[in-house]
Design a protein around this ligand. Structure first.
Ligand code: NDP
Length: 455
């Protein structure tokens, strides 16, 4: 069987890749297990050196990788370049800080005993990754885990097999031993067997809550450690003292980055009465100015959606919302041209429980809600089953921080769009999943925090 990668901007087949057969899967898993036994004993300084090499390989081939991402999933080319650079950053971050994150912690307990907490690797970790940030999502898993002494097995999304192959090559070229990072081109129907395999020590998934529930269930029944980074429906709260120029400009970016396909995109704009009309008018105008088009063109702001079926699903959510009473202020219909192009869209007056209120809209569609005041804004922001990111816009920084502390989310930003940063923990609560990636919390997720007591 082969997997085809298809360019969503024009529907053309880019390449086709052989699926990993059952015997190849077994060989790769066995190889990963053997490599782990040596890799965990390799001094961390050496692992850090190799991670720095990976950053160099990424930068040396940045244009090739950026083009590949843009072709396979339609990301505007300048954003693809930015993604490669961010991957190099996370490699460098852990190359510099891994040893300090993993330092033994001597705890002065009983006077007669020496007690120390150590962080040891667990083994081969399975990473099930999505297509939306096809390099970044993988590197933010791989960099901390490989430097900590685990090895990685990647099951990438089926529409980005070329990216999966290219990432495997990055680690090979950087000098990592064979088996340290392995891509398996398998379908999601093979995931349960992999999680159940006793050689797999942990599993992490980034994707929809449906996929998260399936993986979490299997991991639970196998007692395999899991981390789930799922969807979000982030609120973007605009208070009456928000700096309006900056707020509108960032609102557009926060909704349209990656053509709207980001778990931490702002999706529900919650605006207080006093500035509602001004915000909506200016936001609609600014959304309308964005250039939708060929993602390889330098001036494109919004490319195609990554797959036609994903665009159809998004459009259904918009139609169902309008059927129950929402108003469409901009966009709202697929663009008539080849490829899966959906325009920047703004919905207002959306009734409670409409899809645009309750579900994640994974595309360039913003929903704006009117609320009387700050208290109601916080209530609306938290009235969702998701809990990934949230932001608030106000001139008063103390007020902003007070509101940020009341958000039910893993990430809360004041006067900035929600973003990931290698130095800060990233992850959600509620239906957005559990566990953390990045920073010290992220590197310790798949480690054995072991207590040693010497009497
Ligand atoms: P999925 O969640 O289905 O895919 C993400 C990854 O999980 C892929 O590698 C996929 O493999 C795999 N997968 C899917 N189902 C299972 C399963 N039952 N068991 C194990 N692995 C599974 O995302 P879609 O591509 O279908 O996108 C649908 C929606 O998911 C989006 O509209 C968006 O709402 C959300 N999403 C959220 C992301 C985030 O960053 N949080 C990223 C991507 C999507 P395969 O590709 O082979 O099916």
């Amino acid at each position: 069987m082969s997997i085809e990668s298809v360019n969503p901007a024009n529907g053309e087949v880019i390449d086709s890749y052989d699926e990993t057969s059952p015997s190849q899967r077994e060989n790769r898993l066995e190889r990963a297990t053997e490599t782990y036994a040596e890799w965990r004993e390799t001094p961390i300084q050496r692992r850090q050196v190799l991670l720095r090499e990976a950053a160099d390989v990424l930068r040396a081939n940045a244009e090739e990788y950026a083009t590949l991402m843009t072709e396979e999933m339609g990301k505007p080319i300048d954003q693809s370049r930015g993604e490669v650079e961010k991957c190099a950053w996370v490699c460098e971050y852990y190359a510099e800080h891994a040893a300090s994150h993993l330092q033994d912690e001597v705890v002065s307990g009983e006077p007669e005993a020496r007690t120390v907490v150590v962080h040891e690797p667990l083994g081969p970790i399975l990473a099930i990754m999505p297509w939306n940030f096809p390099f970044w999502q993988v590197f933010r898993f791989a960099a901390p885990n490989l430097v900590a002494g685990n090895v990685g097995l990647l099951k990438h999304a089926s529409n980005v097999p070329g990216c999966a192959r290219a990432i495997e090559d990055v680690f090979r070229e950087a000098g990592f031993p064979e088996g340290a990072f392995t891509s398996l081109l398998v379908g999601s129907d093979e995931i349960d067997d992999l999680i159940a395999d006793e050689r797999i020590a942990g599993v992490t998934l980034t994707g929809s809550d449906g996929a998260g529930r399936a993986v979490g269930e299997t991991a639970g029944s196998e007692l395999t450690k899991s981390v789930l980074e799922l969807g979000g429906s982030d609120p973007f709260v605009v208070l009456e003292d928000a700096p309006m120029d900056e707020t509108v400009e960032t609102a557009v970016q926060a909704r349209l980055l990656n053509s709207g396909q980001s778990c931490i995109a702002a999706k529900r704009f919650v605006v207080v009465e006093d500035v509602y009309d001004e915000f909506v008018d200016r936001f609609v105008e600014a959304m309308d100015e964005q250039v939708v088009g060929d993602p390889t063109d330098e001036g494109t702001d919004v490319g195609p959606q990554a797959r036609p079926d994903l665009m159809d699903e998004l459009h259904e959510q918009v139609e169902e919302t309008l059927e129950v009473g929402g108003e469409c202020r901009l966009g709202g219909e697929p663009i008539e041209r080849d490829g899966a192009f959906y325009p920047p869209t703004v919905l207002t007056d959306v009734p409670e429980d409409a899809p645009a209120d309750r579900e994640e809209l994974f595309g360039p569609v913003a929903t704006v809600f009117r609320v009387p005041d700050e208290e109601a804004a916080i209530e609306k922001a938290n009235d969702t089953r998701f809990g990934l990111g949230a932001s608030v816009w106000t001139e008063d920084l103390e007020r902003g921080e007070r509101v940020a502390r009341r958000f039910e989310s893993g990430l809360a930003f004041v006067n900035e769009l929600v973003k990931s940063d290698p130095r800060l923990p990233f992850g959600g609560i509620k239906d957005s999943g559990y566990g953390r990636e990045l920073a010290g919390d992220g590197i310790r997720e798949f480690l054995n925090t072991k207590t040693i007591w010497v009497q």
